[in-house]
Design a binder for this molecule. Structure first.
Ligand code: URA
Length: 437
C-alpha cells in the first residue's frame, strides 16, 4: 500500500474552519479521490465545507488544474482544413436552461466562417435538457466519436457536437455525481472548476460562456451569476483560453419549444432563416463573440442564417455523424392543450415550471440511465409581452405516455401570469458582457 502525503480529515478541517488549502493539498485531494483513497462521505463533507465557506482565486485555479490533470487533454494545434490551412478553434458553454437549443444552430453557423467548433456536450439531468438527447431524436445520429473521427469531421465540416469521452476530466465525472446527490451542486467554486476543467481539457482556443440567470438557471440572481461568470472567465484567461461571458435571461424559456425533437425542428427553422426572435438574437450574439475570440471581426453573421450557408453546414454535420437529414423527426403520440384563463398580456412564463413540465412529460430523465422520449415536451403558443385572450391556447403538452399529463399540467398551469392590457414585462435577453478582471 502506498504512503499517502495527507489525511482527508485534516483537509476537511481546514475548509470547515474557513482556512485556505495549499496547492499540494488540493493536488492530493483530487488525485486521491479519483483513486478511491478519499471516501465518498469525506469528499461530500469537503464539498459542503467549500459550498459554505468558499475558495479563493488561487485555490479554484489549482482545483481546476488538478481536475484537468486527472485525465487527458485534447490538442487541436495540428488541425488543418482539407486545403492544409491551420484552423483555429472556438467553443461555447451554457450553464443550462430551458429550451436552450442554441448550440444546435450556433456550431454550424460559426463553422461557416472557417473556425472549427469542437462541442463536447452532455445529456440532460433534471429540468434542463441535454444537447445530445436532442440530437439523438434525429434518426441514425450518433453521439460517440473517436478522437480521429472528431479531428476528421472538424477538418472537413468544421463543426462537431459529440459526447465527451471518459478520459476528459474523470475527477469531475465522479465529483459531479456526488454533488448531485449531496446538495452541493450550487457551490460557485465547484461549478466554475467543473465546467472550466472540461473546457480547458477539451483544448479550445477561444470560449464564450453563456451564463444563465433567472428562475430556470442554477443562478437565480445577478450577484451570483456575475461571480460565477467572472470566476470562469478568469480561469479560462489564466489557462490562455480567450474567454468572455454573456449573462443572459433564463426567467422564461428560450424560443417556443422545450423538449428534444421539437427543439431540433425549431433549430432547423432558425437555420432556414426563420425561428423565434430570441433564439436568433442569442445565436447571432454568441456566434459574433465566438468568432471575435478566434480573431474574426466584421463579418455578417446573421446573413449566413438567411442565405443557407449555415443550413448547409448543419446538414453536413448531421450526415457526418450518421444522421438522416431527410427522415421525419419523431412525433409524440398524445397531446393536450392548456388555455389562457383571462384576457390581457402574458407578463411571465416561468422557465423552471415549463422545464419541469417538459421533464415530467418524458423529455428528460430522473436518473442518468433512464431513456428519454424523443417526441415529448412543451410547445408554447405565446411569450411574455404577447397579448392573449381567455380560451386561447397557451401551450401544448406532448408525450407518448398520457398518464404523465396530470402532473405536467399541475406545474404548467402555474407557469403563466396574465396582467392587464398595456403591461410591458422586461424582455431583456442579454444583460451583461463579462471579460477578465
Ligand atoms: N455543469 C457542469 O458541467 N458542472 C457543474 O458543476 C454545473 C453545470
Amino acid at each position: 500500500m502506498s504512503i499517502e502525503n495527507f489525511d482527508a480529515v485534516d483537509i476537511i478541517r481546514v475548509k470547515r474552519d474557513r482556512g485556505t488549502l495549499t496547492g499540494a493539498q488540493i493536488d492530493w485531494t483530487i488525485d486521491a479521490y479519483t483513486r478511491g483513497v478519499i471516501a465518498e462521505e469525506q469528499m461530500a463533507a469537503l464539498n459542503m465545507a467549500i459550498l459554505l465557506n468558499g475558495m479563493d482565486r488561487t485555490e479554484i485555479s489549482r482545483w481546476t488544474t488538478a481536475m484537468i490533470n486527472s485525465g487527458q487533454r485534447m490538442d487541436f494545434s495540428t488541425l488543418r482544413s482539407p486545403g492544409g490551412t491551420p484552423m483555429r478553434t472556438t467553443d461555447k458553454h451554457s450553464t443550462g436552461g430551458v429550451g436552450d437549443k442554441i448550440t444546435l444552430p450556433l456550431a454550424p453557423l460559426v463553422a461557416v466562417f472557417g473556425v472549427a467548433v469542437p462541442q463536447l456536450s452532455g445529456r440532460g439531468l433534471g429540468h434542463t435538457g441535454g444537447t445530445l438527447d436532442k440530437l439523438e431524436a434525429i434518426p441514425g445520429w450518433r453521439a460517440e466519436l473517436s478522437n480521429e473521427q472528431m479531428m476528421r469531421q472538424l477538418s472537413e465540416v468544421g463543426a462537431v457536437i459529440c459526447a465527451a469521452g471518459a478520459s476528459l476530466a474523470p475527477a469531475d465525472k465522479k465529483l459531479y455525481a456526488l454533488r448531485d446527490v449531496t446538495g452541493t451542486v450550487e457551490a460557485i467554486p465547484l461549478i466554475a472548476s467543473s465546467i472550466m476543467s472540461k473546457k480547458i481539457a477539451e483544448g479550445t482556443g477561444a470560449l464564450v460562456l453563456d451564463v444563465k440567470v433567472g428562475s430556470g438557471a442554477f443562478m437565480k440572481d445577478f450577484t451570483d451569476a456575475r461571480e460565477l461568470a467572472t470566476t470562469m472567465v478568469n480561469l479560462g484567461t489564466d489557462a490562455s483560453v480567450h474567454t468572455v461571458a454573456l449573462l443572459t435571461n433564463m426567467d422564461t424559456p428560450l424560443g417556443l419549444t422545450a423538449g428534444n425533437a421539437i427543439e431540433i425542428a425549431e433549430s432547423i427553422e432558425v437555420l432556414a432563416g426563420g425561428g423565434p426572435a430570441d433564439v436568433v438574437e442569442l445565436t447571432v450574439a454568441l456566434a459574433t463573440e465566438m468568432l471575435a475570440g478566434a480573431g474574426i471581426h466584421d463579418v455578417d453573421v446573421a446573413a449566413a442564417l438567411t442565405d443557407g450557408r449555415a443550413m448547409d453546414k448543419w446538414r453536413a454535420m448531421i450526415a457526418a455523424q450518421g444522421g438522416d437529414n431527410n427522415a421525419p423527426l419523431p412525433v409524440a403520440k398524445e397531446s393536450e392543450i392548456l388555455y389562457a384563463q383571462a384576457d390581457g398580456v402574458l407578463t411571465s412564463l416561468d422557465a423552471l415550471d415549463v422545464g419541469v413540465a417538459a421533464w415530467r412529460l418524458g423529455a428528460g430523465r430522473a436518473r442518468r440511465q433512464d431513456p428519454v422520449q424523443a417526441g415529448a415536451g412543451v410547445r408554447l403558443h405565446a411569450k411574455p409581452g404577447d397579448q392573449v385572450r381567455r380560451g386561447q391556447p397557451l401551450a401544448t403538452m406532448l408525450t407518448d405516455t398520457p398518464e404523465r399529463f396530470d402532473r405536467a399540467r399541475e406545474i404548467l398551469e402555474q407557469a403563466a401570469t396574465i396582467g392587464p392590457v398595456g403591461s410591458r414585462p422586461d424582455m431583456t435577453l442579454i444583460h451583461e458582457r463579462i471579460t477578465a478582471s
